[in-house]
Design a protein around this ligand. Structure first.
Ligand SMILES: [Zn+2]
Ligand SMILES: [Zn+2]
Length: 155
């Protein structure tokens, strides 16, 4: 698993706390630990994965609490929900990026396009409706690993 350095992590926790305050979300120990578990991983972990990680520090926490906390954080806009609707995954990386989601295995891959002057890509028409604050764009398909596996079975 790829991990970020400790300094980088402290910085991210600090900006997470600031963002919580801005979004009127109370900064609790639980939320900080859940954010830390999420931010440590580059894999867009599922609720279960976050739970397994947080549990090491907070042995009394329940899966349900982790789920509810992640949902409230998502509603407040301090984390993103990504992936397939029946296999939700979470992302603490709020820098503008898109995702490729595999419809087969549910894996979520990051896409960081070279953004120009705009902070993210939008269709021209979007501007008719208002000012864009964020983009949640997912490409759904079959990942290379899954299509390779399917081909290997056929051959
Ligand atoms: Zn796949
Ligand atoms: Zn992502």
């Amino acid at each position: 698993m790829q991990t970020h350095s400790q300094n980088d992590m402290n910085e991210r926790v600090d900006s997470f706390k600031k963002l919580c305050r801005k979004c009127a979300l109370r900064v609790t120990n639980q939320r900080v630990e859940i954010f830390r578990a999420l931010a440590q991983s580059k894999e867009h972990p599922s609720v279960e994965k976050v739970f397994q990680c947080v549990r090491q520090k907070m042995p009394n926490i329940s899966l349900d609490t982790v789920y509810r906390t992640l949902s409230s954080m998502e509603e407040a806009g301090v984390v993103f929900r990504v992936g397939l609707s029946n296999r939700a995954r979470f992302d603490a990386d709020l820098t503008p990026h898109y995702h490729f989601v595999c419809m087969e295995c549910g894996e979520v891959y990051d896409i960081f396009p070279a953004f120009g002057k705009e902070p993210f890509w939008t269709a021209e028409q979007v501007k008719e409706f208002g000012e864009v604050k964020n983009v949640n764009l997912q490409f759904h398909g079959i990942c290379n690993r899954c299509s390779k596996a399917a081909n290997d079975v056929k051959n």
